[in-house]
Design a protein around this ligand. Sequence first.
Ligand code: UD1
Length: 345
Amino acid sequence: MAKVLVTGGTGYIGSHTVVELQNEGFEVIIIDNLSNSNIDVLNGIEKITGVRPAFENIDCVDYVSMDKMFEKYNDIDAIIHFAASKAVGESVEKPLLYYRNNLVSLINMLQLMPIHKVKNFVFSSSCTVYGQPDILPVTESAPIKPALSPYGNTKQIGEEIIRDTIHANPSAYNSIILRYFNPIGAHPSAEIGELPNGVPNNLLPFVTQTAIGIRKQLSVFGDDYNTPDGSCIRDYIHVVDLAKAHVIAVKRMIEEKNSSNVEIFNLGTGRGLSVLEILRTFEKVNNLKLPYKIVGRREGDIEKVWADPTYANEVLGWKATETVEETLRSAWAWEQNLAKRSKEE
Ligand code: UD1
């Protein structure tokens, strides 16, 4: 049974990926410092898959602890490195926290991999590296635009660190860089989902928390963009579709099917939806009314971006298949399950 180390494995995308890995028979070791997730996620993963993954509370910034962890689990076949800070606004206020968390952890990982003879590495990147693309849908060869936040910069620099490290030592590594568009939704079991600490920055958790009454009203950031209804457009992808791409990426490297040792793929649906379309569809499929108001633009927002996922479709043999309706239903089912749980406590 192949072993996969998942950093940030109790987080939103991480936990859904652990489920898909375990469903495919992989043995998973999670490391997470629980800075933006909860240990209870392990119960959800166990409920869905029947298997409780190994867990170590380790901060990837801590080189010595990471080294010890690699000694303990000494036959890891691949790493998926999710662990990172991801709040754009916070990164503007605390740039060094972001540079340290996101870059030192990556450097530690790349340094420790050859020492412990681990070759295969999946990196979580973001469509943020494209900024506002000149041509839509955006392909992997689109130019990288100057980052609009320290967070975005850590993804750009992270990609460069991987490229430079592998260029210097090509026989030691295989890597697949995955550029995520906007993951939303939750596992169909509603046992795991997105659970941000504090006030959500991202659209969907804010929507579901408003619908359940935790937040009074949703603010739509701008309706004066150059888009059909004036609100921003994104490529929203079901988190389970996204998770499945990671399993394919890991298999591709383990089976040595990768065509170079740094491959980059867009993970999106190819479909752009506006904020207002998301809100209307959420209301319709879940049969409820969302209190919202239009407010001014949010600083640093991109007007419109959606993926050309052809390369991932053809080369990875992966395609996002979930409808946005089903995805929005799953997000609501998860929020309702959370509310039920907190009542029971
Ligand atoms: C943001 C980051 C992206 C990062 C991702 C992960 C920017 C420009 N991009 O994506 O780099 O990878 O988060 O955390 O910051 N919206 C509202 N009201 C809300 C929240 C959001 O109208 O309360 C709108 C936003 O203006 C945007 C859309 O919803 O048009 C999606 O926002 P969000 O979920 O925050 O994702 P991104 O901004 O696309």
